[in-house]
Ligand binder design. Structure first.
Ligand SMILES: N[C@@H](CCC(=O)N[C@@H](CS)C(=O)NCC(=O)O)C(=O)O
Length: 269
């Protein structure tokens, strides 16, 4: 039997309560497909935006993964969000769920994975790049405390921009999405972090993206296309709400708590 203990991050997420109001009210009605969710979680937003994009009927269930309710632990013993309940069975890991939804609901909305084996493999390469390169460097940069180490902050900024530029250089020339005119799975997997880049203006003095560079021009076009996609816009919260979560990056004490959490591999938004 699972023992209930206060999660070490629970006090860092004052708004991540089980009673938090989901952003999309229309999805609270009972449905066989259930998304166990946390509004603040970018991994959740991956799945949530795919459900919206494909117009798959689902029930949105807001839980606090830092005070894991039994309903969540029963489905997923690690108690992470997103967790999907499908046909009374659990699925987890955001990229796996996204791919599953695209395959399991072929008649809902656009197909987000291309047809050919090679094209599919290429999509997976860039999804992996997002998870294994972009997200860690995003966090390293955001967590850096400029007061402690200005050179380190600059290095972290350069490293993050390097990864983003590598990603931008792989985009279809015209776009506006990664692979062309229409969005594909890569876009929904990376969008939550791209849509939150404004936090760097707030806490780290900006990203310092150059104006006169073709790859970055392409990136800006990409950013605009993601922001204008209703499935992505509708699954984002107001900036003030995110600030209550990201505030800890501005604070040295909380930062060391967060660094600990990150080292142990526990998920943080
Ligand atoms: N690899 C997972 C990461 C999910 C994740 O880390 N979710 C965080 C919230 S953003 C969580 O549930 N954390 C609770 C915990 O660490 O116990 C995925 O892609 O779904």
């Amino acid at each position: 039997m699972a023992t209930k203990q206060a999660h070490p991050d629970s006090n860092l997420f004052p708004h991540a309560t089980g009673s938090a109001k989901p952003i999309v009210d229309s999805h609270q009605a009972e449905q066989p497909l259930k998304l166990y969710s946390g509004w603040f979680c970018p991994f959740v937003q991956r799945v949530w935006s795919v459900l919206e994009e494909k117009k798959i009927p689902y029930q949105y269930i807001e839980v606090n993964p830092y005070h894991k309710p039994d309903s969540l632990l029963k489905l997923n013993p690690r108690g992470l969000v997103p967790t999907l309940q499908y046909d009374n069975k659990p699925l987890y890991e955001s990229t796996v769920i996204c791919e599953f939804l695209d395959e399991a609901y072929p008649d809902h909305g656009p197909r987000l994975m291309p047809e050919g084996a090679f094209e599919k493999a290429r999509v997976r390469i860039w999804i992996d790049f997002c998870t294994s390169r972009i997200i860690p460097s995003w966090h390293r940069f955001l967590q850096f405390q400029p007061m402690e180490d200005k050179e380190g902050l600059e290095e972290a900024r350069k490293e993050f921009l390097g990864k983003m530029k590598e990603f931008a250089a792989e985009m279809d020339e015209e776009g506006p999405f990664f692979s062309g005119k229409e969005p594909s799975l890569i876009d929904f997997v990376v969008a939550p972090w791209i849509m939150r880049l404004w936090v760097f203006d707030h806490y780290k003095g900006g990203l310092g993206i150059p104006d006169d560079d073709a790859a970055w021009d392409r990136f800006r076009k990409y950013q605009k296309a993601l922001a204008e996609r209703p499935s992505i816009g509708d699954t984002l919260s107001e900036r003030e709400k995110y600030l209550s979560i990201y505030q800890r990056y501005a604070d040295n004490t909380a930062q060391s708590e967060l660094a600990k959490a990150t080292r142990t591999g526990r998920g943080v938004p």
